[in-house]
Design a protein around this ligand. Structure first.
Ligand code: AVJ
Length: 318
């Protein structure tokens, strides 16, 4: 079946500007990581996933290949599978091909072009799956499309440890919204990154080839382009550190000089060495994650990990 209906999301430039100005006005300057994913950023992220240092993607793909049948059995036939932040839908094939049919796949992503291309690819590769892309910011409310069949259950699929980008309180709130979205009988299949040694973590976010640095700096390029800013991309450098207290990788852009940047008629001053924090990537233990999911309305999970316990994929029934 070809993709049927699609919804359009007019990316609010005013909101982007507001978020950027607010983030840059605090004591610790920050920028929301969701803005990494314009077309270029999404392509750079795909390159990150191929890097030797970036273990999460290939480890999660291996877990999906190894245990996908058990996951598919859990989900069953006549399911609506809603993937949040689907991007290039790289991990979806392993699941969709094993799911008993009929099944409806709803990829949701903030990057429109990327979303529709991926949806078309998926629809071509799985002609027995109804594919209905939804162009939306999944941190906001969005409506679920109807399936071509009477659905047995709704399952949220949230791979890639994207949940790690949210602070624990916001992550729990998002999980609560997901348990409400899928409702009783529904479930959540989610990938999250596990706590491990500092070296492995920091190298994963600061690779030799500097692709992650490009990805980070692309945010400033995007602000220049879309918000008419004048960031000098050569005057900021990439930094990734593991914050042990909060179990999270932090990505920063470090100002190499005292400098002033102009944006929407405002001047923003940076001291030499001052940083803009652009991303948090939280790492969990299976226990700490399950406790959070339980507070958000989910029951005890089935958990699959790789032999080195780098990464986990878990199915939480409501
Ligand atoms: C897509 C949010 C899971 O946190 O590992 C990768 C993003 N940033 N390298 C992550 C990312 C830098 C990634 N997530």
């Amino acid at each position: 079946m070809p993709p049927s209906t699609t919804t359009e999301l007019p990316l609010a430039i005013e909101e982007f500007l507001e978020d950027v100005l607010e983030g840059l006005s605090g004591e610790q300057k920050t920028l929301p990581s969701k803005y990494f994913y314009d077309r270029r950023g999404s392509l750079l992220f795909d390159q990150i996933c191929e890097l030797p240092e970036y273990y999460p993607t290939r480890t999660e793909v291996a877990i999906m290949q190894q245990h996908g049948q058990q996951m598919a059995d859990r989900i069953g036939e006549r399911a609506i599978v809603v993937e949040l932040g689907s991007g290039s839908s790289m991990k979806t094939g392993a699941l969709l091909s094993r799911l008993p049919k009929p099944t409806c796949y709803v990829p949701v992503d903030i990057s429109g072009e990327h979303l529709y291309e991926a949806a078309e690819r998926i629809a071509e590769a799985h002609d027995d799956v109804q594919v209905v892309p939804v162009h939306a910011d999944f941190t906001q409310e969005f409506a679920l499309p109807d399936a071509e069949f009477e659905p047995a259950r709704c399952v949220a699929y949230f791979p890639g440890s994207t949940i790690g980008n949210f602070r624990p309180a916001a992550a729990e709130e998002l999980l609560s919204r997901l348990s409400n979205l899928v409702g009783p009988g529904g479930g959540l299949l989610i990938g999250f990154d596990l706590i491990k040694d500092r070296r492995t973590l920091e190298q994963a976010y600061d690779d030799q080839q500097q692709v992650t640095a490009k990805f980070n700096l692309n945010l400033l390029r995007r602000i220049n382009e879309e918000l008419d800013g004048d960031f000098d991309l050569r005057a900021f450098t990439h930094r990734a550190v593991f914050n042990e207290e909060h179990h999270r990788i932090e990505m920063h852009l470090v100002s190499q000089a005292d400098q002033t940047v102009h944006l929407a008629g405002r001047s923003i001053a940076f001291r030499q060495g001052e940083t803009v924090r652009t991303e948090l990537s939280h790492k969990y233990s299976v226990e700490s994650f399950s406790e959070m999911a339980s507070r958000a309305g989910f029951a005890a999970p089935t958990v699959w990990t790789d032999p080195s316990r780098l990464f986990a994929v878990a199915y939480f029934p409501v």
